[in-house]
Design a protein around this ligand. Structure first.
Ligand code: ATP
Length: 190
């Protein structure tokens, strides 16, 4: 079975994440795709709690049985590294061929990640397109990445948080169920 892992802060999840995930799902002929919300470090916290980000991801993926939300990184003690997540998933699903899906903007920083050289050898890295970003000039070791010309969607969590904070509409930028959750909780409206 072919399993895609899609990590991120998802603070909040939006249509850019879902369209990238769906494009990767189709292009890689995946059987399952796991959204893996990151445990955020104390110096760069997410605005929403881990529980709220999981809740929003569950709502965002509710209608798609192939999309799962994994708490792997949230349940682990100490800092949460992608390398550990990949190793843990390999143990959990030894039958699976794994793909780590990431936006080109995030992959551009891969050299600074924990055990980055081992990571890119341990799993197939797949970079999805994101408007306004390119992979840039990667060190040769990190060119082991497949790029996917996925459907472009110019939405970011930062923009959504700012719009909510200014009491502007976020309609159609994220799934309706997530929008309703944000309305009900007043999340991001300081
Ligand atoms: P923020 O604005 O808070 O930095 P973000 O919108 O970039 O958040 P993240 O949760 O940090 O969202 O992203 C998770 C993953 O999804 C990253 O690999 C990122 O590159 C990718 N991603 C986010 N938005 C898009 C988008 N619009 N199109 C393609 N990939 C995206």
């Amino acid at each position: 079975m072919r399993l895609g892992l899609f990590g991120g802060r998802f603070d909040p999840p939006h249509l850019g994440h879902l369209l990238a995930a769906q494009s990767a799902f189709e292009a890689l002929a995946l059987d399952e795709l796991w959204f893996i919300p990151a445990k955020t470090p104390p110096h760069k916290p997410a605005l929403a709690s881990a529980d709220a980000r999981v809740q929003m991801l569950l709502l965002a993926t509710l209608s798609n049985p192939a999309f799962e939300v994994s708490r792997l990184e949230l349940l682990r003690d100490g800092p949460s590294y992608t390398f550990d997540t990949v190793m843990e998933t390999k143990k959990l699903r030894p039958d699976a061929t794994l793909f780590f899906i990431i936006g080109v903007d995030a992959y551009a920083d891969v050299a600074s990640w924990h055990r980055a050289h081992e990571l890119v050898r341990a799993v197939d890295m797949v970079a999805v397109a994101r408007p306004g970003y390119t992979l840039g000039n990667l060190e040769p070791a990190f060119r082991r990445v497949q790029t996917l010309e996925t459907r472009l969607c110019d939405v970011s969590s930062t923009e959504i948080r700012s719009r909510l904070n200014r009491r502007e509409s976020v309609r159609y930028l994220l799934p309706e169920l997530v929008e309703t959750y944000l309305d009900r909780t007043s999340l991001y409206r300081q």
